[in-house]
Design a protein around this ligand. Structure first.
Ligand code: NAD
Length: 399
């Protein structure tokens, strides 16, 4: 099949197997170049392992720490007339590279919110690498079927309490336009907390603990975003922000539990990045286009693999016996958004935010960089790939 990008709003309906493989190899190359992280984890479970921060965590722990990994994700497999989703190809490429490097790597494709997938993962760990010393929880999902009640919750990206009026970017048409978003109802807030909050994270840790699959000193991490005042109404002060507050609540409870066995639980605040989930948040693509421009100019830009590698090498695994605790802010959060939040970056963004328009987008924002990063998520635009060539899109995992 010859595969071309077919973008629809914040999603691309196609993905390219060879391009996805090149993207994964590029990230592996970055991690390998940085050298090994001493005292890193050896057995790792990554939930949400196929794209974005989860994939970068899997690559960093495998190729930077020599870890065996189990990855859980929810991707569409290929069918005769349609390629798979990008995370499917990413994960096949990752597994192949890991196995070539002599590293254990197995994956579970299915709904991580379900009891069935938790049980399948527990069985896989029990029969494979055994207890894990790190659990990375990196899900970003639009919906959750509650495993106990069967209730279906849909997450929404809305302000709370008042209408949001501002600017957003139509990335398909390259137009900056006004947007009005009505505030969320109480039910919508609760549903978003159910999908993106901490309950499922705790359920995973429960399942692993009951099965005896948490190694002594096991740690768990998840990710959040705080960001600039410019995106607060829609992010931190909106429905997703409420879900992230719940994630932080869960982390505090998990930390108390895991600390008794020498481990801990942490929420890591990451920078804004182009990923499949961040592209779906209104306002955020416009903010990211401006942010990338400013951070690249100031030589402060990082992608997902650079952020995650820095997290592991300079915050999470810094040696010591017993292991040194990661540095946190006064709320117990690990801050990897320090570069995005610097005054020099935020102060440069404010006037740009006030003047950005369709006409000056290419001049004052890094829209081309945004688009290139977006297409790269689906395996398009990578150097050295012949996109006119017929490729085998029906790739499958080795058993
Ligand atoms: P992403 O969309 O790239 O990855 C999401 C992952 O979750 C994929 O592996 C996907 O397969 C998996 N997934 C989704 N639903 C699932 C389900 N039901 N069962 C199993 N797997 C499922 O997202 P991302 O941007 O890397 O986000 C990961 C985390 O990082 C999220 O908590 C997000 O809020 C946080 N974060 C993102 C940013 C950003 O700018 N992208 C910044 C800070 C924090």
């Amino acid at each position: 099949m010859i595969i071309e990008p077919k973008t629809r709003g914040f999603f691309c309906l196609t993905s390219h197997p060879t391009g996805c493989e090149a993207n994964v190899r590029e990230q592996i190359g970055y991690v390998t170049e940085q050298g090994q992280i001493a005292d890193g984890p050896k057995n790792v479970l990554v939930i949400g392992a196929s794209t974005g921060y989860g994939l970068a965590s899997r690559i960093t722990t495998a190729f930077g720490c020599g870890a065996g990994t189990v990855g859980v994700f929810f991707e569409k497999e290929p069918i005769a007339r349609r390629p798979a989703t990008a995370g499917w190809y990413n994960s096949i490429a990752f597994e192949r590279a890991a196995k070539t490097a002599g590293l254990y790597a197995k994956s579970v494709n299915g709904d991580a919110f379900s009891d069935e997938i938790k049980a399948r993962t527990v069985d896989l760990l029990r029969d494979g690498i055994g207890p894990v010393d790190l659990v990375v929880y990196s899900l970003a999902s639009p919906r959750r079927i509650h495993p106990k009640t069967g209730e279906v919750a849909h997450s929404v990206l809305k302000p709370i309490g008042k209408v949001y009026e501002g600017l957003t970017l139509d990335t398909d048409k390259k137009i900056v336009k006004s947007i009005t978003i009505e505030p969320a109802t109480e039910e919508e807030v609760a549903a978003t907390v159910s999908v993106m909050g901490g309950e499922d994270w705790a359920m995973w840790i429960d399942a692993l603990e009951v099965a005896g699959l948490l190694a002594p000193g096991a740690r768990t991490i998840s990710f959040t975003y705080i960001g600039s005042k410019l995106t607060w109404p829609i992010y931190r002060a909106g429905t997703i922000g409420k879900a992230k507050e719940d994630l932080e609540r869960a982390a505090t409870a998990l930390d108390e539990r895991l600390a008794t066995r020498g481990g801990g639980a942490h929420v890591c605040v990451m920078k804004a990045l182009v990923t499949q989930s961040s592209s779906a948040i209104p306002v955020v693509p416009l903010y990211i286009s401006l942010l990338y421009r400013v951070m690249k100019e100031k030589n402060l830009h990082e992608g997902s693999i650079e952020q995650i590698h820095r997290l592991f090498a300079t915050h999470l695994y810094t040696g010591g016996s017993p292991p040194l605790l990661p540095p946190t802010d006064e709320h117990g959060l690990i801050r990897l958004d320090d570069r995005e939040m610097r005054d020099e970056v935020q102060n440069a963004l404010v006037p740009l935010w006030g003047t950005v328009s369709t006409e000056n987008l290419s001049e004052i924002a890094d829209f081309e960089g945004y688009q290139a990063e977006f297409l790269k998520l689906f395996g398009f635009g990578l150097a050295g790939i012949d996109y006119a060539a017929d490729v085998d899109h029906q790739l499958q995992f080795e058993s």
